[in-house]
Every structure is written in C-alpha cells, then in structure tokens.
Design a protein around this ligand. Sequence first.
Ligand code: ZN
Length: 443
Amino acid sequence: MTAAETHPPHPLAVDEVVDICRDLLRIDTTNTGDNDTSAGERTAAEYVAEKLAEVGLEPFITESAPGRASVIARYEGSDPSRNALLVHGHLDVVPADPSEWSVHPFSGEEKDGYLWGRGAIDMKDFDAMVLALVRQWKREGRVPPRDLVLAFLADEEAGSTYGAHHIVDNHADLLDGVTEAVGEVGGFSVSMSNDLRLYLIETAEKGLDWLRLTVSGRPGHGSMIHDDNAVTQLAEAVARVGRHKFPVVITPTVRAFLEEVSDILEVELDLENPEATIAKLGPIARIIGATIRDTANPTRLDAGYKDNVIPGRAQATIDCRTLPGRSKEFERQLREIVGPDVQVDYIHRQPALETSFDGPLVDAMADALRAEDPGARPVPYMLSGGTDAKAFNRLGIRGFGFAPLKLPADLDFASLFHGIDERVPVEGLKFGVRVLDRFLSRS
Ligand SMILES: [Zn+2]
C-alpha cells in the first residue's frame, strides 16, 4: 500500500482555509474593551497554537491579563542573514447583536458562497489563510526565504494594549530581526470594471488623538445672572471644533492613489479639489475621503449634576484623526479654534504612519496579485483608522496592510467592517491563500 492509501491525504491550504475560518468564526472572541467580559481570546489562541503545533511549529502563548491571549510562532527561513517578516492578524472581534443579523454572528454559516460571521473580514479570514498556508508548507517541507514571525493577537479592537502593545513591551525578543510586517486592511479588491480591479495596499495610517477639553467656570445657582458658565463656554468651543473643516493636505500615499485612480477613470486630477475624483469611487469614497484632511469629531460631553446648579467644570472628548506629519500643526490649529480659556489634554495618542510604496516586498505583493488576477492594479492607500501596525512601528517595523482578498464587484466591503451580516466570499478566501503563497514564497 502507498502512504496515500494508509493515511487520508492532508487537505490543501485552499480547502483547509474554509474549515479553519469557520472554526474561528464559531469562537466568540468579542472584545468589549473590558477584561472581565472579553472571554474568547484564550480559546481562539489555544485553537491557533494547536494548529501550528500539529505541523511542528513551536507556538508561544502569552497572556497579558487573564484570558487575553496572543500566539507567536517563528517559521525559520532558509537565509538566517536576512531580516524577518512579521505576518500578523488579530483574534478579537467587535460585538455583534444577533437580533440584527440574518444568521447568528457566531455560527460560521456558509451560504450563497459566503462564510458569515463576526470577524469574517476583520480579520479571522486572514488568520485562517495564514494558518492554512503555513500548515501546508510545513507538511510539504517548504522553507520560506527568510524567517516568518507569525502573530495572532488579542485586543486590536480596543487599542491593542493587551495584544500587540503587550508583545512589544514584554516580548520584543520574539520579534528579533523583524524589519517589515504585513497585516490587515489592505490587499482587497475594488472593481473598476469587469477586467480591472484596484487592490488597495495600505502604506499609511492616520494618527489617533483623543483629546479632552475642559472649561472651568464659576459654579452658581441656575436662577441667577451668571456670566462665567462653564457649560456655555464648552458648548461654544465644541461646536466650533465640530464644524471646522481642516485644510486639504495630500500626502505621497494619497497622491499616488489619486493619480492611479484618475488615470483609470480618465479624469483630470485636481489636487486642489480632490473630492470630485474621490466621489467617483463608490462605497470606498468613505475611506479615501477621510484621508485628505485631519478630522476632529466631538464624541462625549460631560457636565453638571443637578438641573438648577451651574457646575464649575465642563468637559468634552474629541476624536481627532491626523494625517502623517500633521500632528503639531493640527494641535496648533485646534488650540486656536477652542481658544485660550479651554484646557486641552491628550487622553490617548497613537501616531500616524506612512511608508513608501516601493522595494522588493511591495514588488512581491504586486506580482502575486497580478499572477492570480491579470486585471489587478495594486495601489497604495491610507487607512483613516488604525491597526496593530502602530504598535509594531514602535520597534521601527515597516508595516503594510496586505491581507489579499478578491471581492465580488457588487459587495460593499467598507460597510461590512464592524457591520451587520459581515461575511467573506469563499472564493475570495481561496484566492487570498494563493496570493499569499506566491507572496511569501519570494518575500
Ligand atoms: Zn481588524
């Protein structure tokens, strides 16, 4: 008897990816932002570790707080003199309310050619692709050209404190020699026509500044004349910030993106008025539109404790997102808008990132996409939000969003992120595995 007759053949990554993704979707890893109620990450980490150990990799599980577990493993490459590549995904998901969904968000149901569930595109799809692929490689005895560090992380959805930042702070040795990284929110397709698809590779992220505005006034009785009311003064400042439109600033990433899109659409690009070009992009205009200027959105108000008492203090929170290189000028402008009597404090700061769209790693991404989709046009773009790349950048690691996914033309991908009925096309998953296979083979 041949080996194939005595043992069932191992599944190929393009098939196993579907099973692994389904398994992961069935583990509820909801990140509530509160350690007591974020339960599933440990279960997911153990699942991942088992899948890695089964093929001979040596996963390390680290817990930053009870239940907040991440997994790291190193897949040794053939050339130890080369720097390592980090391939990272997060295991947690944002909450989902089953009553709003067409299927249960943790059922991992497969229907209409999609796998449905919270995390299907953000980002258990990519976790599954990486797992399925390295399992096939290990079984076949394949060796990557350089060390791959594989990371499956907790807590991305609530600021990465218990995941990527924990690793950087406490286990940086596991990232020894890593200079580049690929992770989420990039590599997905946006159809421009039947035979032309943009693939957005993330090379930049806006910075995140949560600011607290505080106004102190004179407390008093609500029945009397009062000209130093903290609530009134804060409300005026908040309204000014909320209505302010920061200037258009085109960074190299956004310029490269807009030039490519204008070329494809055959429209003249007016960098003074990029909104006209962006408006032609369909649903992803929501993402790109947020990357041409800083934004400042008031999100919380806090003042007072009784209906007839004027409080001595009033506070507001502003969610600010700044373009690369704009942090200082943004702060100056914001202070000017709120005025000298409003105290401005940073509650949380994560800097913007931007890297260039060039070099061997970028070539490997672009070539892998074009090999699997002849209609692929890889373009760099900036994410208006943030990812774990910000944490790894603290170690000087150059990060890209590259979790390849070919999407049907009519799918509104942007609205599925943290949205209802999140789902991933099964064919898209398989496509992602094939692209990743080519990419990692020559990375
Ligand atoms: Zn994500």
